[in-house]
Structure formats: structure tokens, C-alpha cells
Design a protein around this ligand. Sequence first.
Ligand SMILES: [Zn+2]
Length: 210
Amino acid sequence: MSETKSREEIARLAKSIFDRGLTFGSSGNISLRLDDGWLMTPTGSTMGDLDPARLSKLDNDGNHLSGDKPTKENFLHMAMYEVRPETGAVVHLHSTHSVAVSCLADINPENVLPPITAYYAMKIGTLPLIPYFQPGDLDLARAVREMAGKYHAVLLANHGPVVAGKSLHDAVYAIEELEETARLFLMLRGMNTRFLTEDQVAALKTRFPA
Ligand SMILES: [Zn+2]
């Protein structure tokens, strides 16, 4: 995809995410890998009204080249790209249901959500919880880097999800699946529920390898 097309695609998908209430105000950010660096949503911008021409462009070393200054959460994105070289895009949202789940005291930090549906099992699979850090704390980047080697999606405690994908569409579809699954999980809490079994999840992984 050309850089111009990539810029338009980021703005279009960001607006779609914002319009559906999946992130609010100036929260949430998107990055996309180019041959000669990265595109990133600017700091203080709203996902609902991005100007494709003003997206931040970074060079291959992560230096700001052009456009507005990148999101202050750019280190979350860079942590994913550093450890997962096949990553084409990263999306981070403050999506309500995922944030709600990240605040629960009794979740399993090694894998926050159960396999409720086959799509969740295929698009996310395992979702570790990263402990709470203050915004901008570089220890948060270190914690994400440690998990990103094994998992393309992580949930930041009391904050929100970060999801990497081979393409922008992959990352967006996966984070949407995560948010819907978090919503289902909250709806089902306290109800007698059948989740997918370990065998059913293993069969999916065999038939639809990532
Ligand atoms: Zn955030």
C-alpha cells in the first residue's frame, strides 16, 4: 500500500473506531509500518477527526521526521515492533469493556479472557495482563516488550489493550474482537457458562494456524 493510501486508511479506520464509541476524546492511537519508517497518530489528536496529511512520520530509527508530534504512547507501539518484526500495524484503545475487565481483581493475569467464541480464540488467543504503570512510565514499555515476544495482544491494567497485526486491518479486527469479547465476558459474569474447551481451542489452532 502506498504511503498516501496508508494515511487515508489510518484516518478512515480511526474515525470508524471513534464513531462506534470504541475510544473517546483524544484517547487511542494507531501506528503503521512503512518501508522507510512509521506513520503514527499525533499527540492530542482525536481519532474521530484525523488529517491524513498531519499524521506523524518517524524514520527507521524512530526519529520524528514530519507531521505533528507523535502520540506520547508511541513507546507502546515501538515495544511491539521491536520484538515482533512481522508487525505491520499496532492499535491501542481505551475501549470501555476491555478497560473494565482490566480493573477486575479476580482475573487470571496470564490469560485474562476465556475462549468464549472461535473468532476470539483465533484472533487473540491468549491475552496477558500488564501490571499498572503511570502513563509515560518507561517501565511500561519494558513490561510490554517482555510479553510481546510471545503474544501479539496485551491488556494494560486499568488502562486498555494494545494489539499488533500483520496489517492495519488485522490489528483493528483483532482489537474489535477483543473489545466485544470483553463485553460478552462482563455480560456472562455470574451466569453458568460453557466456554470453548481446551480441545476445541487446540482444534481451531490446527485448522486455522496464525
Ligand atoms: Zn493509553
